[in-house]
Design a protein around this ligand. Structure first.
Ligand SMILES: [Zn+2]
Length: 271
Protein backbone atom coordinates (compact mmCIF):
# COMPACT_ATOMS: atom_id res chain seq x y z
CA UNK A 1 0.00 0.00 0.00
CA UNK A 2 2.84 2.38 0.85
CA UNK A 3 4.28 1.72 -2.60
CA UNK A 4 0.99 2.53 -4.31
CA UNK A 5 0.55 5.74 -2.35
CA UNK A 6 4.10 6.79 -3.18
CA UNK A 7 3.43 6.14 -6.89
CA UNK A 8 0.26 8.22 -6.81
CA UNK A 9 2.09 11.03 -5.07
CA UNK A 10 4.88 10.98 -7.62
CA UNK A 11 2.46 10.77 -10.56
CA UNK A 12 0.35 13.72 -9.53
CA UNK A 13 3.44 15.84 -8.98
CA UNK A 14 5.27 14.78 -12.12
CA UNK A 15 2.48 15.58 -14.57
CA UNK A 16 0.75 18.83 -13.65
CA UNK A 17 0.50 20.01 -17.25
CA UNK A 18 -2.80 19.66 -19.09
CA UNK A 19 -3.57 19.44 -22.78
CA UNK A 20 -5.56 22.02 -24.68
CA UNK A 21 -8.99 22.07 -23.08
CA UNK A 22 -10.93 21.91 -26.33
CA UNK A 23 -9.21 19.16 -28.29
CA UNK A 24 -6.14 17.65 -26.57
CA UNK A 25 -4.34 17.59 -29.93
CA UNK A 26 -0.95 18.60 -31.25
CA UNK A 27 0.03 20.13 -34.60
CA UNK A 28 0.13 17.64 -37.45
CA UNK A 29 3.71 18.73 -38.25
CA UNK A 30 6.37 19.28 -35.60
CA UNK A 31 7.67 22.31 -37.55
CA UNK A 32 5.26 25.21 -37.07
CA UNK A 33 5.61 28.80 -38.30
CA UNK A 34 4.44 31.76 -36.21
CA UNK A 35 3.24 34.86 -38.10
CA UNK A 36 1.80 38.31 -37.35
CA UNK A 37 -1.24 39.16 -39.49
CA UNK A 38 -0.08 41.80 -41.98
CA UNK A 39 -3.21 43.96 -41.63
CA UNK A 40 -3.62 43.91 -37.88
CA UNK A 41 -3.83 47.10 -35.82
CA UNK A 42 -2.55 47.18 -32.24
CA UNK A 43 -2.84 50.88 -31.43
CA UNK A 44 -4.99 50.39 -28.30
CA UNK A 45 -2.65 47.63 -27.09
CA UNK A 46 0.11 50.26 -27.28
CA UNK A 47 2.14 48.69 -30.09
CA UNK A 48 2.94 49.05 -33.74
CA UNK A 49 2.67 45.86 -35.78
CA UNK A 50 6.46 46.00 -36.20
CA UNK A 51 6.87 45.95 -32.43
CA UNK A 52 4.49 42.99 -32.23
CA UNK A 53 6.49 41.20 -34.94
CA UNK A 54 9.69 41.79 -32.97
CA UNK A 55 8.23 39.83 -30.03
CA UNK A 56 7.89 36.59 -32.02
CA UNK A 57 11.58 35.65 -32.05
CA UNK A 58 12.10 35.89 -28.26
CA UNK A 59 8.70 34.21 -27.61
CA UNK A 60 9.39 31.11 -29.76
CA UNK A 61 12.82 30.70 -28.12
CA UNK A 62 11.03 29.50 -24.98
CA UNK A 63 9.82 26.37 -26.80
CA UNK A 64 12.71 25.69 -29.19
CA UNK A 65 15.30 24.56 -26.63
CA UNK A 66 13.76 21.47 -25.06
CA UNK A 67 16.15 18.54 -25.65
CA UNK A 68 13.40 15.90 -25.29
CA UNK A 69 11.04 17.55 -27.79
CA UNK A 70 11.30 17.78 -31.60
CA UNK A 71 9.06 20.87 -31.83
CA UNK A 72 10.55 23.55 -34.07
CA UNK A 73 8.87 26.97 -34.11
CA UNK A 74 9.91 29.32 -36.90
CA UNK A 75 9.49 33.07 -37.16
CA UNK A 76 7.47 33.74 -40.32
CA UNK A 77 7.25 37.54 -40.05
CA UNK A 78 4.05 38.94 -41.59
CA UNK A 79 1.39 36.62 -43.00
CA UNK A 80 -1.19 37.56 -45.59
CA UNK A 81 -4.34 39.16 -44.16
CA UNK A 82 -6.90 36.91 -42.45
CA UNK A 83 -10.64 37.62 -42.77
CA UNK A 84 -12.19 39.34 -39.71
CA UNK A 85 -9.09 38.88 -37.57
CA UNK A 86 -9.15 42.42 -36.08
CA UNK A 87 -12.84 42.59 -35.17
CA UNK A 88 -14.28 39.06 -35.57
CA UNK A 89 -15.32 36.36 -33.14
CA UNK A 90 -12.69 33.69 -32.50
CA UNK A 91 -14.40 30.27 -32.42
CA UNK A 92 -13.24 26.68 -32.38
CA UNK A 93 -14.59 24.89 -35.48
CA UNK A 94 -16.84 22.61 -33.39
CA UNK A 95 -18.16 25.37 -31.09
CA UNK A 96 -21.58 25.91 -32.71
CA UNK A 97 -22.89 28.34 -30.09
CA UNK A 98 -19.85 30.59 -30.65
CA UNK A 99 -20.17 30.37 -34.44
CA UNK A 100 -23.94 31.05 -34.34
CA UNK A 101 -23.44 34.06 -32.07
CA UNK A 102 -21.55 35.94 -34.77
CA UNK A 103 -23.11 35.18 -38.16
CA UNK A 104 -20.71 36.18 -40.93
CA UNK A 105 -18.18 37.56 -38.47
CA UNK A 106 -16.17 34.52 -37.37
CA UNK A 107 -12.38 34.69 -37.88
CA UNK A 108 -11.47 32.49 -40.85
CA UNK A 109 -9.51 29.25 -40.25
CA UNK A 110 -5.72 29.75 -40.55
CA UNK A 111 -2.63 27.68 -41.26
CA UNK A 112 0.20 27.50 -38.69
CA UNK A 113 -0.02 30.15 -35.90
CA UNK A 114 -1.25 33.70 -36.61
CA UNK A 115 -1.01 36.50 -34.02
CA UNK A 116 -3.17 39.63 -34.28
CA UNK A 117 -4.82 42.29 -32.13
CA UNK A 118 -8.62 42.11 -31.88
CA UNK A 119 -11.15 44.54 -30.38
CA UNK A 120 -14.28 42.39 -30.01
CA UNK A 121 -15.04 42.39 -26.27
CA UNK A 122 -16.99 39.10 -26.31
CA UNK A 123 -13.77 37.25 -27.17
CA UNK A 124 -12.42 38.06 -23.70
CA UNK A 125 -13.99 37.02 -20.40
CA UNK A 126 -12.99 40.35 -18.84
CA UNK A 127 -10.82 43.37 -19.53
CA UNK A 128 -8.04 41.76 -17.46
CA UNK A 129 -7.68 38.97 -20.04
CA UNK A 130 -4.56 39.84 -22.00
CA UNK A 131 -4.95 37.45 -24.91
CA UNK A 132 -6.93 34.43 -26.11
CA UNK A 133 -5.76 31.50 -28.23
CA UNK A 134 -7.93 29.05 -30.14
CA UNK A 135 -6.90 26.33 -32.61
CA UNK A 136 -9.47 27.12 -35.34
CA UNK A 137 -8.34 24.73 -38.06
CA UNK A 138 -8.08 20.94 -37.75
CA UNK A 139 -6.97 18.12 -40.00
CA UNK A 140 -8.59 15.03 -38.52
CA UNK A 141 -7.62 15.11 -34.85
CA UNK A 142 -4.49 17.20 -35.49
CA UNK A 143 -4.16 20.99 -35.30
CA UNK A 144 -3.62 22.64 -38.69
CA UNK A 145 -3.81 26.26 -37.50
CA UNK A 146 -4.32 28.41 -34.40
CA UNK A 147 -5.08 32.10 -33.83
CA UNK A 148 -3.70 34.19 -30.97
CA UNK A 149 -5.60 37.45 -30.42
CA UNK A 150 -4.29 40.19 -28.14
CA UNK A 151 -6.89 42.18 -26.21
CA UNK A 152 -7.28 45.42 -28.20
CA UNK A 153 -10.48 46.59 -26.52
CA UNK A 154 -10.67 50.08 -25.03
CA UNK A 155 -10.07 48.68 -21.53
CA UNK A 156 -7.06 46.57 -22.46
CA UNK A 157 -4.20 46.44 -19.99
CA UNK A 158 -1.78 44.86 -22.47
CA UNK A 159 -0.08 48.20 -23.13
CA UNK A 160 0.84 48.48 -19.41
CA UNK A 161 3.16 45.47 -19.67
CA UNK A 162 6.92 45.70 -20.02
CA UNK A 163 8.44 44.32 -23.20
CA UNK A 164 9.68 41.18 -21.41
CA UNK A 165 6.21 40.54 -19.97
CA UNK A 166 4.62 40.97 -23.42
CA UNK A 167 7.07 38.32 -24.65
CA UNK A 168 6.11 36.08 -21.70
CA UNK A 169 2.39 36.47 -22.53
CA UNK A 170 2.99 35.59 -26.19
CA UNK A 171 5.13 32.56 -25.21
CA UNK A 172 2.29 31.40 -22.91
CA UNK A 173 -0.28 31.82 -25.71
CA UNK A 174 1.97 29.94 -28.14
CA UNK A 175 1.91 27.12 -25.54
CA UNK A 176 -1.90 27.00 -25.94
CA UNK A 177 -1.58 27.17 -29.73
CA UNK A 178 0.67 24.07 -29.84
CA UNK A 179 -1.80 22.11 -27.70
CA UNK A 180 -1.08 22.74 -24.02
CA UNK A 181 -3.63 23.79 -21.42
CA UNK A 182 -3.02 25.38 -18.02
CA UNK A 183 -1.09 23.89 -15.14
CA UNK A 184 -1.22 24.42 -11.39
CA UNK A 185 2.58 24.36 -11.20
CA UNK A 186 3.55 27.93 -10.28
CA UNK A 187 7.04 27.45 -11.73
CA UNK A 188 5.60 26.77 -15.20
CA UNK A 189 5.03 29.22 -18.05
CA UNK A 190 1.62 27.56 -18.53
CA UNK A 191 0.55 28.44 -14.97
CA UNK A 192 -2.99 29.81 -15.27
CA UNK A 193 -2.10 33.21 -13.82
CA UNK A 194 0.31 35.59 -15.51
CA UNK A 195 3.66 35.66 -13.76
CA UNK A 196 5.98 38.61 -14.20
CA UNK A 197 9.53 38.28 -15.45
CA UNK A 198 9.10 34.81 -16.93
CA UNK A 199 12.18 34.13 -19.05
CA UNK A 200 12.18 30.37 -19.63
CA UNK A 201 10.07 27.23 -19.43
CA UNK A 202 9.53 25.33 -16.21
CA UNK A 203 10.14 21.57 -16.02
CA UNK A 204 6.40 20.97 -16.23
CA UNK A 205 6.20 22.87 -19.54
CA UNK A 206 9.09 20.76 -20.86
CA UNK A 207 7.29 17.54 -19.92
CA UNK A 208 4.11 18.77 -21.62
CA UNK A 209 5.76 19.77 -24.90
CA UNK A 210 7.82 16.55 -24.89
CA UNK A 211 4.60 14.54 -24.51
CA UNK A 212 2.97 16.27 -27.49
CA UNK A 213 6.11 16.53 -29.65
CA UNK A 214 8.49 13.76 -28.50
CA UNK A 215 12.07 13.64 -29.75
CA UNK A 216 12.52 10.50 -31.88
CA UNK A 217 15.90 9.04 -30.95
CA UNK A 218 17.50 6.77 -33.57
CA UNK A 219 19.93 4.79 -31.39
CA UNK A 220 21.38 3.01 -34.45
CA UNK A 221 22.25 6.34 -36.05
CA UNK A 222 23.68 7.87 -32.91
CA UNK A 223 25.88 4.87 -32.19
CA UNK A 224 27.21 4.59 -35.73
CA UNK A 225 25.16 1.58 -36.85
CA UNK A 226 25.35 -0.42 -33.66
CA UNK A 227 22.92 -2.98 -35.12
CA UNK A 228 20.38 -3.35 -32.37
CA UNK A 229 17.95 -6.22 -32.81
CA UNK A 230 14.28 -5.40 -33.04
CA UNK A 231 11.13 -7.31 -33.86
CA UNK A 232 9.40 -6.79 -37.21
CA UNK A 233 7.21 -4.07 -35.70
CA UNK A 234 10.26 -2.19 -34.39
CA UNK A 235 9.77 -3.16 -30.73
CA UNK A 236 12.79 -4.46 -28.79
CA UNK A 237 13.15 -8.23 -28.52
CA UNK A 238 11.97 -9.88 -25.34
CA UNK A 239 13.86 -12.66 -23.53
CA UNK A 240 12.89 -16.20 -24.63
CA UNK A 241 10.52 -18.05 -22.30
CA UNK A 242 12.11 -20.00 -19.44
CA UNK A 243 11.02 -23.40 -20.82
CA UNK A 244 12.81 -22.69 -24.12
CA UNK A 245 16.05 -21.90 -22.28
CA UNK A 246 15.71 -25.14 -20.23
CA UNK A 247 15.03 -27.24 -23.33
CA UNK A 248 18.09 -25.77 -25.08
CA UNK A 249 20.28 -26.65 -22.06
CA UNK A 250 19.01 -30.26 -21.97
CA UNK A 251 19.66 -30.57 -25.73
CA UNK A 252 23.23 -29.30 -25.31
CA UNK A 253 23.94 -31.80 -22.48
CA UNK A 254 22.47 -34.67 -24.57
CA UNK A 255 24.63 -33.65 -27.56
CA UNK A 256 27.72 -33.47 -25.36
CA UNK A 257 27.06 -36.99 -23.97
CA UNK A 258 26.46 -38.34 -27.50
CA UNK A 259 29.78 -36.92 -28.72
CA UNK A 260 31.55 -38.47 -25.69
CA UNK A 261 29.98 -41.83 -26.55
CA UNK A 262 31.03 -41.68 -30.20
CA UNK A 263 34.62 -40.75 -29.37
CA UNK A 264 35.11 -43.49 -26.71
CA UNK A 265 38.11 -45.78 -27.63
CA UNK A 266 36.96 -49.12 -29.00
CA UNK A 267 37.87 -52.17 -26.83
CA UNK A 268 38.33 -55.75 -28.05
CA UNK A 269 36.90 -58.55 -26.09
CA UNK A 270 38.71 -61.79 -26.05
CA UNK A 271 36.68 -64.83 -26.12
ZN1 LIG B 1 -3.55 30.68 -20.66
Amino acid sequence: MKFILLCLFMTTNLFAYTLNNNFGSSFKNHKVTVFVDENTNCAQAGMTVYELKSLIGPAIKFWNNVPTSNLVLKNGGFSTATNNINHGRLCAPTDDSCINSAPGNVIAPVEDIIIACNDLGTNYGSSSVLAVTVPNNFSGRKIAGAVIIINETAQTIFDDLSRSDKIGVLAHEIGHAIGLGHTEDKAALMYFRTVDQRSKLGKDDMRGVSYLYPMQIDAGGLLGGCGTITNADGSPPSNPPFWQMGAALILMIALFELLKLLNRPKTCSAA
